[in-house]
Design a protein around this ligand. Sequence first.
Ligand SMILES: Nc1nc2c(ncn2[C@@H]2O[C@H](COP(=O)(O)OP(=O)(O)OP(=O)(O)O)[C@@H](O)[C@H]2O)c(=O)[nH]1
Ligand SMILES: [Mg+2]
Length: 220
Amino acid sequence: MPEIISENVSISLLKANEAIAKELRDFFNKKKIFVINMLSSPGSGKTTLIEKLAHYFEKEKICVLVGDVQTERDAQRLRKAKIRAFQIVTQGVCHLEAIMIKQALSLIPEDTEYLFIENVGNLVCPASYNLGEHLRIVIISTPEGDDKILKYPKAFLTADAIIINKTDLLPYLSFDSEKVKQDIFKIKKELIIFFISALKNEGIKEVVDFIKNAKEKIMK
Ligand SMILES: Nc1nc2c(ncn2[C@@H]2O[C@H](COP(=O)(O)OP(=O)(O)OP(=O)(O)O)[C@@H](O)[C@H]2O)c(=O)[nH]1
Ligand SMILES: [Mg+2]
């Protein structure tokens, strides 16, 4: 029965991923590197947000690993903004896996305190792959529509915080922020939600404070 075989294969792939993710987590803890995995659909604003967040950190303390199916564009963009960034090109794979992060560990500078991982733009597959991160942040943006939470629940279920980006576009859209909040709480009551406009630099400081406080709590 092909479906059963393929289900077994995916379960064993995910188990293998978990084992490497645990190794990564131990490595990051030993090196005192706080890791944030950022998930969203393509174009929700992950790279723009990282560019804006970077202003609030000392540049020599942060590093970004950015996953894309093709091209080095995001890493180049971040490097232009003087952010230490390295691209992981997945060659068609629609998510980052722990093994890809393990293979990139030697790129991370020794003095890194915060490692941002920008996952491949996709709200489905990345949710199943633990990358050894301390914090998982899921971003949705207002033009994607206000119905995405219940349609892609796993991403939200596995998140520690949700960012609703592109609030500057709210006057032009029928995006019901209250409904989105209710949907998020239906999935996970304790989720913290930030409404931001990365483009206009609104709400960024609150996200920075959240990340820095989480580091203090988790890595003390
Ligand atoms: N209006 C508006 N546009 C934004 C905002 N944040 C990002 N954008 C725009 O959205 C587009 C996509 O932004 P990116 O930062 O490249 O999104 P991404 O999630 O990194 O995209 P992928 O890496 O391709 O998945 C760009 O044109 C950004 O300028 C925002 O807050 N408001
Ligand atoms: Mg990007």
